[in-house]
Design a binder for this molecule. Structure first.
Ligand SMILES: [Zn+2]
Length: 249
C-alpha cells in the first residue's frame, strides 16, 4: 500500500514556535520503501502516535536545512538505528545541511549505512525506490530541493518551500503532488501562495494534490476551505493535510 502519514501539517516560524499545528513532516510508504521526509520538530514524538516504528524506516530525506524541515533528524537517526546498535538507514540532505553549518551531528553519522549529499537534477535510490531531485528552489540562502519519487505505478512529487518560478511547472510531473503552501497571499517571502498553487495544479494536473506546511494565516482561514476552493478552480482533487492525516494512494 502507498501511504503518506502527516506527522505535522504546519510550517515556518509561528507554527514551529507554538505547535498550533505540528511540524514533524511526513512518513512516506511507496512500494516497499518507508522513509521520513523533512522531520521537523515533533517528528519522533508524533511517529509513535500513528503506530509507525522508526526502526522500520529505510531512511530520512531532507529538502533543506531550515529547522521546520530538519530539527528532529538527529533523534530520528538515533531511533531508526537503535542508537547505532544496528548500522542502518540512508540519509539524504543538501550539502549546506551536511558541511557548512551541519544540522546532522557528526557522531551520529557512523550509525548510518549511508549518507548522501544531494545535488540538483540528480538520481538517487532509497532502499529500492528511485527518486530525482529538482533544480534548486528559490528559497533564500538555503540550498533547497524538491523530489519526484518514481514508484512502480505512481510518481509522487513533493514541492517544499520556494518562491514561484516557471521551472516548477516543467519539473513536477507527478500523479500525486504534495505542495508546501505556506502563504495565503503572494508576498516577498520565499514561499508559495494559494494563487501560485492554483497555477501549479492547472499546469501539472496531478490526480491528487495534497496541501501542507501551513502558516498561521492559512490555518486561520481554514486549510480545508482553501482545498475546496482550489478543487473548484481547477476541477481536480485537492486535499488539505492535517496533523495525523493518512492518505492512501
Ligand atoms: Zn524553509
Amino acid at each position: 500500500m502507498n501511504r503518506i502519514t502527516f506527522l505535522g501539517s504546519g510550517g515556518a516560524r509561528v507554527m514551529l514556535s507554538t505547535q498550533v499545528l505540528a511540524t514533524g513532516g511526513m512518513i512516506i510508504s511507496l512500494d516497499d520503501t518507508h522513509f521520513s521526509l523533512d522531520p521537523g520538530p515533533g517528528a519522533l514524538v508524533n511517529i509513535f502516535k500513528y503506530n509507525i516504528n522508526p526502526t522500520d524506516l529505510h531512511g530520512i530525506i531532507i529538502s533543506h536545512r531550515h529547522l521546520d524541515h530538519s530539527a528532529d533528524v538527529n533523534v530520528m537517526i538515533e531511533a531508526m538505528t537503535k542508537s547505532g546498535l544496528v548500522k542502518s538507514g540512508q540519509v539524504f540532505a543538501p550539502s549546506d545541511a551536511l558541511d557548512t553549518d551541519p544540522v546532522i551531528l557528526r557522531y551520529l553519522r557512523k550509525y548510518l549505512k549511508e549518507i548522501t549529499c544531494l545535488l540538483p537534477l540528480s538520481n538517487y535510490v532509497i532502499n529500492n525506490l528511485p527518486f530525482t531531485t529538482s533544480m534548486p528552489h528559490h528559497h533564500g540562502n538555503e540550498e533547497t530541493y524538491g523530489f519526484l519519487f518514481h514508484g512502480r505505478n505512481t510518481v509522487l512529487g513533493y514541492i517544499p518551500d520556494t518562491a514561484f518560478f516557471p521551472g516548477l511547472l516543467d519539473f513536477y510531473k507527478a500523479d500525486v503532488l504534495v505542495v508546501s503552501m505556506l502563504r495565503l497571499e503572494k508576498s516577498n517571502v520565499l514561499h508559495l501562495s494559494v494563487n501560485d498553487v492554483e497555477v501549479i495544479i492547472k499546469s501539472v494536473r496531478p490526480r491528487i494534490t495534497i496541501l501542507t506546511h501551513f502558516g498561521f494565516q492559512i490555518y486561520q482561514k481554514g486549510p480545508e476551505k482553501i482545498a475546496d476552493y482550489l478543487e473548484e478552480k481547477t476541477g481536480l482533487k485537492v486535499i488539505a493535510a492535517a496533523d495525523g492525516l493518512e492518505v492512501d494512494f
